[in-house]
Design a binder for this molecule. Structure first.
Ligand code: HEC
Ligand code: HEC
Ligand code: HEC
Ligand code: HEC
Ligand code: HEC
Length: 295
């Protein structure tokens, strides 16, 4: 949330006046919303060196992007910093990173049609309440109609303003608002976002033919179960890492002796279940167990 000092400081500059206009315009449209920017998309606090504020991403008049954003196209706006030459050069993205399974890529797509029967994806449905305190409107609000024209984009999955929602990453801080929580649009600690879009793969029992366990789009197909506890007679006590050593620690996020690569670990979700991100990651994932991925 904004402190008074921040507003006073900003009011002394042109940027400050812009922010007041922005807040005025947006507040007229969306009353009752309280604004915040969390680290590392922040100006003050522990990441003060980044000096990022509203006007780095929004302009009020003749804005080229939707939602009064400064660059046309959501991914282009993100990549104006998330680029090898940009301020976020530690986390760069280029178009050819986008996955085409079997062909190329090391990242989930960010510009495809959201309805896709091959990948079991639908227009996301409402999930939880809007978090109006923190401007975190739900995932489904980013895709306004259930037809075949809507694409998803970086901000479908990310709320670049705040770090309230829980990420899957077992090494992330558990405290809402802290840095390094991946600016999630909605909680994803049990892969809620993955399973919302990829509903056809959200199955629990491959031996059952009851609705919810068979693929609703391709009745001849089935998927590996998710949301299942990692216990049982036919299951190891711990997943083996690519080097053959048993993984250790809470959610098996830690390595056995002599292994410094945790980005190839099979990690359970926050409820100790096998879930999508036990086997998949989302960016900087080269599908090679021998390399340490960037995250
Ligand atoms: C890192 C870039 C970035 C910064 C910094 C930023 N915004 Fe945004 N903001 C966006 C993007 C991108 C969208 C559009 C999201 C979408 O289309 O789904 C947006 C959308 C919004 C919306 C529309 C509601 C919503 O959630 O989509 C409001 C209101 C808003 N921003 C206010 C602010 C305010 C006030 C600040 C400063 C406190 C700020 N923004 C800082 C990128 C940013
Ligand atoms: C389909 C959903 C989705 C899309 C689209 C998406 N992201 Fe992500 N992103 C995630 C998730 C999930 C995480 C991991 C959070 C965690 O650590 O658990 C993540 C993590 C990140 C991270 C932190 C580094 C990492 O790999 O953990 C950055 C930076 C990032 N995303 C930026 C972007 C940008 C920029 C775009 C668009 C060019 C984008 N994301 C598109 C879901 C998405
Ligand atoms: C004004 C510059 C700027 C813009 C524009 C920007 N980012 Fe960032 N972002 C940063 C910086 C700086 C970091 C910290 C990178 C690092 O780890 O050194 C960061 C980090 C992140 C992270 C990782 C956060 C974490 O928890 O550590 C995510 C996720 C992210 N950005 C998403 C986005 C998305 C999505 C957009 C577009 C809507 C976007 N960013 C636009 C500057 C920017
Ligand atoms: C906003 C909806 C949405 C969310 C959220 C989402 N996906 Fe996807 N995903 C899709 C769509 C649509 C495709 C097909 C993209 C295309 O046309 O290539 C896809 C493709 C994929 C693919 C194939 C590789 C690729 O990028 O084309 C994998 C694997 C995948 N998703 C896993 C995940 C996981 C894991 C999560 C959660 C971290 C997730 N998805 C979250 C919609 C989504
Ligand atoms: C037990 C491990 C595991 C789990 C759990 C898992 N997947 Fe997969 N997934 C895989 C493997 C392995 C592939 C096939 C990759 C290939 O074709 O080489 C795959 C393929 C996919 C594809 C198609 C991409 C392609 O290569 O054609 C999508 C989309 C996908 N998974 C999404 C999900 C989602 C969403 C979840 C959670 C609901 C999930 N997966 C859970 C291991 C898993």
């Amino acid at each position: 949330m904004y402190s008074n000092n921040y507003l006073l400081k900003k009011e002394n500059s042109m940027k400050g006046r812009d922010i007041v206009y922005l807040l005025t315009v947006i507040l007229m449209l969306m009353p009752l919303v309280v604004y915040s920017l969390d680290c590392p998309h922040n100006y003050l606090g522990t990441c003060s060196a980044n000096q990022i504020d509203c006007s780095d991403c929004h302009v009020v008049h003749t804005a080229p992007g939707m939602n009064l954003t400064a660059v046309n196209g959501n991914a282009a706006l993100c990549r104006s910093c998330h680029d090898s030459l940009g301020q976020a050069n530690a986390k760069p993205f280029v178009d050819s990173d986008q996955a085409q399974p079997g062909v190329r890529g090391n990242s989930h797509r960010w510009d495809a049609l959201v309805k896709n029967s091959t990948y079991g994806s639908r227009v996301p449905v409402p999930q939880g309440a809007d978090n109006t305190d923190y401007l975190n409107l739900r995932l489904d609000r980013r895709i306004p109609a259930d037809d075949n024209t809507w694409r998803f984009y970086c901000s479908t999955c990310h709320d670049q303003h705040n770090q309230q929602d829980n990420p899957f990453d077992p090494n992330a801080s558990p405290t809402p608002g802290d840095s390094n929580r991946g600016f999630q649009r909605y909680h994803n600690n049990t892969n809620q976002m993955c399973r919302n879009c990829h509903w056809a793969r959200d199955v629990q029992d491959v031996t059952s033919t009851t609705p919810g366990n068979i693929d609703p789009l391709n009745p001849n197909y089935n998927s590996h179960p998710v949301q299942v506890l990692f216990t049982g007679a036919t299951i190891r006590t711990a997943p083996l890492d690519a080097n053959g050593a048993a993984e250790t620690g809470i959610r098996f996020k830690d390595n056995g002796t002599g292994d410094s690569n945790w980005t190839n670990n099979l990690i359970l979700d926050s409820a100790n279940q096998v879930n999508c991100m036990t086997c998949h990651w989302i960016h900087y994932t080269d599908s090679h167990s021998g390399t340490v991925d960037l995250r």
